[in-house]
Design a protein around this ligand. Structure first.
Ligand code: NAD
Ligand code: FE2
Length: 318
């Protein structure tokens, strides 16, 4: 028996098939251009690394050093929940002691949006800041990176989406991660969400790597187990995906292998006992290695999925 399909359905089907074919072709073209651009950045350009302070007291050492850069005023970029825990108090106290002026911007939310970044940029300008310090997880660091680059280039944050869109160096930028984590303190990327399209946009630029970063276990001891686990899985995924990447080399393999080992040994420890400083320190280093290896070898399908799901459903990145 043959079923007679109405003509209109036939037409509709061929329309859908053609549209899908076209969009697949377009995606492949855009994707190829994007990957070629990324490869060019990682092969041809010298990717800077931040100067790193490590271990207990690293964030205090970083504040002492920042006061010697001859800067006028820092914009400190963080999130309100973190600020309310009092975790930033010793860092701010050290800046006061060193005579370093600052203005606080606490509006960052997980998966920061362009609206948040634009608000931070306005504050930077109103307060006559000339430099930026991020204290927080990947969300604060990414927002701060884009504020610092947009400020020096006198452009809107949206103009920086893409590869190497900043013409001038970023405003002096410092980072203190409080999760381990994104490794954003090392990467040439910043992820900013668009609240209208529900897409995560990428700013990729060698100029957004911080000048100095502090890997301080003291700032991570209070990280709740659920965030410890999610952020630790994010770091592990960076290390595994870049290890499997076709762009991996001997240097990135070194970071990946050592980082993966540190996470297997230490993530269960910090999940069970958050204030294990030694294990927190190893997690911070593994996360930093994750950032270094992404810069060389990039990521894979897990992140491609995670970014879409995170932007649409506000799922934690890790
Ligand atoms: N730039 C990059 O290379 C890169 C890489 C991976 C992910 N990302 C981006 O980073 C973002 C995720 O960052 P994240 O996973 O670090 O989380 P986050 O910065 O969004 O923070 C998550 C939550 O943890 C809290 N928190 C942070 N540190 C804390 C501490 N020490 N104690 C108690 N609470 C604390 C924050 O207040 C927040 O509520 C996503 O937007 C993701 O797309 C960027
Ligand atoms: Fe990630």
């Amino acid at each position: 028996m043959t079923i007679k399909v109405p003509k209109v359905i036939d037409e509709l089907e061929s329309k859908i098939v053609n549209t899908l074919k076209l969009s697949r072709f377009k995606n492949q073209l855009v994707g190829k251009g994007y990957v070629t651009g990324l490869k060019a950045v990682t092969y041809l350009l010298n990717i800077p690394k931040p100067t790193i302070f490590m271990s207990k007291g690293a964030s205090i050492n970083l504040c002492e050093s920042v006061s010697q850069f001859g800067l006028n005023k820092l914009l400190i970029v963080t999130d309100q929940a973190l600020y309310d825990t009092g975790l930033l108090d010793p860092v701010l106290e050290q800046l006061n002691l060193s005579g370093m002026k600052y203005s606080l911007f606490t509006e960052v939310e997980p998966d920061p949006t362009f609206t948040v970044v634009e608000s931070g940029l306005r504050k930077y300008r109103q307060q006559n800041c000339d430099s930026v310090m991020a204290i927080g997880g990947g969300s604060s660091i990414d927002a701060a990176k884009v504020i610092a680059l947009a400020a020096s280039n006198e452009v809107s944050p949206r103009d920086l989406v893409g590869i190497l869109k900043g013409k001038k160096p970023s405003a002096p930028f410092f980072a203190i991660p409080t999760t381990a984590g994104t490794g954003s303190e090392a990467t040439i990327g910043a992820v900013i969400s668009d609240s209208i399209t529900h897409k995560k946009e990428l700013v990729i630029d060698t100029k957004i790597v911080p000048l100095v970063a502090a890997l301080d276990p003291d700032l991570m001891k209070g990280l709740p187990p659920a965030i410890t686990a999610a952020t630790g899985m994010d770091a592990l995924t960076h290390l595994v995906e870049s290890y499997l990447s076709g762009m991996a080399n001997e240097e990135s393999d070194y970071y990946s292998r050592s980082g993966i080992q540190m996470i297997f040994e230490n993530l269960p420890k910090v999940y069970k006992r958050g204030n294990n400083a030694k294990a927190r320190e190893k997690m911070a280093l593994a996360s930093y290695y994750g950032g270094l290896t992404i810069n060389i070898a990039g990521l894979g399908y897990v992140h491609a999925f995670a970014h879409q799901l995170g932007a649409k459903y506000k799922l934690p990145h890790g």
